[in-house]
Write a protein that binds this ligand. Structure first.
Ligand code: LLP
Length: 414
């Protein structure tokens, strides 16, 4: 399923990647519909028999075809902007299955989300709760609310993607959350329905996730005793994937542990996975244009750059880079670098590969936080995105043109 090598040639489901690169050009993202469906099914299967909602984190890969794929399989969505909400609608998703996270929700964003009747606002501060009350009152609606708890646990991941420590901007401490929930209960246009938590991304150990859950359950029980009934627990996303040799928990094992901790409490379980659904369902294809030897390194100069895929430059993330067909070239050690004018513009360093100008390379694990984090730096048009479904392929985002990049800009009037 997804991407596999057959006699040294890379296949995207049933299609040869060399042929796809010729058809769609490079750089180009390929996604496997079957791989995404299978990853979502792992969550759904592990949750069967328990009230639940899997809200795919749109930020991980927001292409309409990706959202469409997941919506058709019953997914809900975790959004962080009204833009993501409009994407969910455009892709045929159900706003009634949307949870809205993020520390800055603007009034107009709240307004639109209330109008559409989203499932829940994951409130991250006292001030936000007050504004939400006002916006809901003006609309004559009640806003369903969960409070995001910052449990002050170390997720053990890269500091830029750790979110559950006291010093982070996300959520509120447990005591503040209790205050907010009690206060929310007294507000006329607020419906307190849940508690949520998201402590970070690319987690390879489930212990911090279970520690956060333990804290949430203490809160649920205390509130219950006060007559405040919590309907759902949203445990966020964060389950890591294997890029190299990481050993993230299996989704089934993680969910089994969550269900065990829940005991016989009647709570709906909500999850917001992003990476674990799409990362390994995507590759980025890029072609080697030149090679260059220096005293220090052998460089393979490719047509994808940090503007197309920023994870190596931004987080020093290691991603697997492979050729897509057998080659007669000798294996040598390469730094794989792009055309952008920065030394930080690299995709991989010290990779043993048999390549030459013209060789097509695949960057694996590029389905999550890939295209969505791309930019037009150096006036580089953004890559094409292609969805693979068995032996058919569909262009689901056209490659940008230079015209697209200049649209909306103006020379001086005089
Ligand atoms: N829920 C919330 C509130 C989040 O902030 C995130 C991710 C998720 C769910 C999904 O987390 P996941 O299951 O994908 O770990 N650009 C970074 C990752 C940033 C994650 C931001 N929040 C990267 O490329 O590693």
């Amino acid at each position: 399923m997804g991407f596999s090598y057959r006699e040294g040639r890379l296949f995207a489901e049933e299609l040869d990647c060399e042929t796809l690169a010729e058809e769609y050009g490079t750089p180009c993202y390929l996604y496997s519909r079957a791989a995404m469906e299978a990853a979502l099914a792992e969550y759904h299967d592990a949750l069967s028999g328990c009230e639940h909602l899997v809200c795919y984190a749109v930020k991980a890969n927001s292409n309409l075809a990706v959202l469409d794929t997941l919506a058709r399989q019953g997914a809900g969505f975790d959004i962080v902007s009204v833009g993501e909400l409009e994407r969910v609608l455009a892709a045929g998703g159900d706003p009634g299955k949307v949870v809205f996270s993020g520390v800055v929700k603007r009034r107009e964003e709240m307004h639109r989300a209330l109008e559409l009747g989203i499932r829940c606002f994951n409130v991250e501060s006292e001030a936000e709760l007050e504004v939400l009350q006002e916006v809901a009152a003006a609309l004559g609606k009640r806003a369903p609310v969960s409070v995001r708890v910052n449990p002050d646990v170390d997720a053990g991941t890269h500091p830029y993607i750790s979110t559950g420590l006291r010093e982070n901007k996300f959520g509120v401490a447990t005591d503040v959350a209790m205050k907010l929930l009690r206060h929310g209960k007294t507000l006329p246009n607020i419906d307190v329905i849940g508690l949520d938590c998201h402590i970070g991304s690319q987690l390879t150990d489930m212990a911090p996730l279970l520690e956060s859950l333990r804290q949430l359950l203490v809160m649920v029980d205390t509130l219950e005793a006060e007559g405040i009934r919590i309907h759902h627990l949203d445990l966020g996303g964060g389950i890591g994937v294997r890029y190299k040799d990481e050993e993230p928990p299996a989704i089934a094992d993680y969910i089994a542990a969550v269900r065990k901790a829940l005991g016989d409490r009647k709570l709906c379980l909500v999850f917001e996975p992003g990476r674990s659904i799409v990362a390994n369902a995507g590759v980025l294809l890029t072609r080697v244009h030149y090679t260059k030897e220096t005293d220090a390194h052998s460089f393979a100069l490719v047509d994808a750059a940090m503007n197309d895929f920023i994870r190596p430059a931004l987080y020093q993330a290691w991603v697997d880079i492979q050729t897509t067909a057998p080659s007669e070239e000798p294996i040598r050690t390469w730094n794989i670098v792009g055309p952008v004018c920065e030394t930080g513009d690299f995709l991989g360093k010290d990779r043993d590969l048999a390549l030459a100008p013209g060789t097509l390379l695949a960057i694996h694990g590029a389905g999550a936080y890939g295209f969505v984090m791309s930019s037009n730096y150096n006036t580089r048009p953004r890559a094409a995105e292609v969805m693979i479904d068995g032996s058919s392929s569909q262009l689901v985002r056209e490659r940008e043109s230079i015209g697209d990049l200049l649209r909306g800009e103006h020379r001086l009037r005089q």
